[in-house]
Design a protein around this ligand. Sequence first.
Ligand SMILES: NC(=O)c1ccc[n+]([C@@H]2O[C@H](COP(=O)([O-])OP(=O)(O)OC[C@H]3O[C@@H](n4cnc5c(N)ncnc54)[C@H](O)[C@@H]3O)[C@@H](O)[C@H]2O)c1
Length: 303
Amino acid sequence: MEASSMKLENVRQVAVLGAGAMGSQIAQLLAFVGGYSVTITDVKDEFINNGIQFIKDGLKRHFVDKGKMTQTQMDEVVDRIKGTTSIPDATKNAHFVIEAVFENLDLKKSIFKQLDENAPPDVILASNTSGLNLSEMAGATKRPDKVVGMHFFNPVAVMKLVEVIKGPLTSGETVDIAVALCKKLGKEPVVCKDFSFGFLANRAYVAMANEAVQMVWERVASPEEIDKALKLGYNLPMGPLELGDYTGMWALSVSSEQDRMVEVGPEKGHLHPLIRMMVRAGYTGGRGKKGIYDFYKEVLSRE
Ligand SMILES: NC(=O)c1ccc[n+]([C@@H]2O[C@H](COP(=O)([O-])OP(=O)(O)OC[C@H]3O[C@@H](n4cnc5c(N)ncnc54)[C@H](O)[C@@H]3O)[C@@H](O)[C@H]2O)c1
């Protein structure tokens, strides 16, 4: 029997899987802008507490301290977010699910299987994957028509774009609800098919970032000079190298490679050896970690 369909106006409770950088920011967006009750899930209480603390710190710094929100309003937002390490507990009453665990296909497939087994049958299961194949996640469920990509950009509170990814079996209704949810959250969705590696924005951006990395490798200029040229030459708010350091996308590129995703699509074999070398040496970028600016200063410029 076909499950009855979910309507956005009936969504009140959203489950977010993964309390890391993206999961915690998505949970905040859902609770703050969407007014939803949110359950955030991770493998350890410690990770959930860190995610919720990250949300509190951000709301305090950006809103309460600037007089844009009272402490009471902030507490109301935070109270709407509950944590649990149990996927069944998080999903049994959920009306919508957004997965944001590590970018690893086997992990995501096992999570989607559990989500399918526990979430009510009409519930949409969305993934925040940056580029893994959605059909593989949909294949781990008995509701491939209700599996969709919702690729948020970092920092979630600031970035307007969400890429909504439609797998071959994703229904039009599922895409429409995902698009409507993005709009309700104040975002600007674009719809894309799931066979474009890196979807839309990253696919084009990666080509530019790779060329910038190659210029560092050739020592034609420092990361600062390369970013400055791109920012001023193309009116970009941030250069690709500082963006990579900020988001930690260097490490994500390597983990995607381990998932063999660079083998599909035009970027095949394009992961630059400098990125692999940097990440292996611990210069991954991301929250508080060293990246290509430090690697250039501490290693490349001294060779
Ligand atoms: N960081 C970015 O800029 C960015 C941007 C867009 C999309 N994404 C995507 O978002 C997803 C998450 O990335 P992130 O940067 O937040 O990673 P992260 O490492 O900060 O967080 C991932 C979290 O998932 C948790 N996790 C792992 N296994 C789990 C399980 N079985 N159940 C529940 N939680 C589990 C980890 O403990 C961790 O807290 C990835 O798919 C990534 O590609 C990341």
